[in-house]
Design a protein around this ligand. Structure first.
Ligand code: 5GP
Ligand code: MG
Length: 183
């Protein structure tokens, strides 16, 4: 995308959560995560690339022992289901017997996050928890009522960007969560 066009996208977008709202959401998530697994020495995985900013900003709020890793997998095409993941980065950490926390930007249908959680369980993780900054509100979840264990913001079913989420590979750096005009 051209520079001018990218500027226009941000200018025209609807801000659904500004920096203050996102930071308050991250504070709440950190408190809930600490209460849940603060004594479990968890293995935390950032789901690349979208989870990068959420993970980074969440981790400085977690003041307990943990290990950090990353996972990168995308779905083959859009129609495919469940385990059909294309791995862009292989598991480099042993999760056997561990408490695992997966951190991602958004839970849309939840296919990706559920497949990654299932993969951790298949590799012997003792418990797998999930955290997302945004949950998209609609009725198309991978299983009815599927949601993350820790959710920052409940947002409408629109295409959003910022805080790690991209719009055509741009604006992952936008300092809020924005909905693209008309989408
Ligand atoms: P799911 O498997 O939950 O349907 O899709 C999750 C992935 O789709 C997210 O990790 C994200 O990469 C992408 N995605 C879903 N909705 C949006 C959105 O509104 N904006 C952006 N930038 N990505 C989205
Ligand atoms: Mg993603």
């Amino acid at each position: 995308m051209q520079y001018d066009q990218a500027l226009k996208v941000l200018e025209e977008a609807d801000c659904l959560a500004d920096r203050t709202a996102v930071e308050a959401a991250l504070d709440r998530m950190a408190d809930a995560i600490t209460a849940s697994i603060g004594k479990k020495n968890p293995m935390v995985f950032c789901i690349m690339n979208g989870g990068l900013i959420v993970t980074g900003q969440l981790l400085t709020r977690l003041t307990f022992p943990l290990e950090l890793g990353y996972l990168h997998a995308t779905r083959y095409g859009h129609q495919t289901s469940g385990g059909d993941l294309e791995w862009k980065a292989l598991f480099h950490a042993d999760v056997e017997g561990r408490t695992v926390l997966l951190v991602d930007d958004i839970l849309d249908e939840g296919v990706t996050l559920k497949a990654l959680a299932d993969e951790c369980l298949a590799r012997g993780a003792k418990k797998v928890l999930t955290a997302v900054l945004v949950n998209k509100q609609h009725e198309r979840k991978v299983m009815p009522g599927y949601c993350a264990d820790f959710t920052g913001l409940e947002l409408p079913d629109r295409f959003v960007f910022g805080y790690g989420l991209d719009y055509e590979n741009m604006w992952r750096n936008a300092p809020g969560v924005y909905a693209v005009k008309g989408l």
